[in-house]
Design a protein around this ligand. Structure first.
Ligand code: ATP
Ligand code: MG
Length: 202
């Protein structure tokens, strides 16, 4: 039977060993660069995670650019909030879900115009963090070629962070990314007939 003192000592030694491992890993991670972060998968949390990082960046005095494609609604809390901030540029580049517009030619034209704006932001050194929200849909519908995207990402300013959200991010994009997270859908309130809730879903 262990005494409490022995248990506490064992815990302390374990934590000391763990700290040594973590400290060594932190010391090894000495590089700094503009990151490409992909947030994909069918679960909830992709766009809201990206906007969480926008808040972090603004808090540090960084400049943030947002390009929102295929926007489902015009009354999101994130847009209302972030538009009040001075260091953010917010572009809405999609007209709505494809099943709402039902006009393929017009959707394609909108997408190409949106991509042209994204290109200018990917060449703008003063944008420290760029969020391309739902960009994967342009790839899925063939409105943007993956090679065109990869070339533009590769040529962006060295310290510019880019976050791309959207379901089904292609392999080739994940391969060149620095951080890739897949949100897995375990359950979602919508499937139980609950409508989108203010502050949680939009
Ligand atoms: P969020 O913006 O909440 O982070 P998301 O970006 O991961 O969600 P999208 O595919 O862009 O997900 O869908 C946006 C909207 O659809 C949000 O209102 C979100 O709550 C809802 N949604 C996300 N995932 C699911 C799901 N698995 N089932 C039903 N609705 C979902
Ligand atoms: Mg989203």
């Amino acid at each position: 039977m262990n005494t409490e003192a022995e248990q506490a000592q064992r815990h302390r030694s374990r934590m000391q060993r763990q700290k040594a491992v973590v400290d060594a890993a932190i010391a090894r991670a000495d590089k700094s660069k503009g990151l490409l972060v992909i947030l994909t998968g069918n679960g909830k949390g992709k766009s809201s995670s990206a906007f969480g990082m926008a808040a972090r960046a603004l808090g540090h005095g960084m400049r943030v650019g947002v390009a929102q494609f295929i926007k489902g609604r015009s009354d999101t809390g994130e847009e209302a909030f972030f538009r009040q901030q001075k260091d953010i540029i917010w572009h809405v580049l999609g007209e709505g879900f494809t099943w709402d517009t039902q006009d393929l030619a017009r959707d394609k034209e909108t997408a190409r115009k949106g991509w042209a704006i994204v290109q200018t932001m990917l060449r703008n050194e003063s944008i420290n963090l760029l969020i391309l929200d739902e960009l994967t849909y342009l790839l899925k519908f063939g409105w943007l070629e993956i090679d065109e995207l990869l070339a533009e990402l590769q040529n962006r300013p060295a310290m510019q962070h880019v976050i791309i959200t959207g379901r089904a991010a292609p392999e080739a994009l994940c391969a060149v990314a620095d951080t890739v997270t897949e949100m897995r859908d375990i359950k979602h309130a919508f499937q139980a007939g609950i409508q989108a809730q203010t502050g949680i879903d939009y």
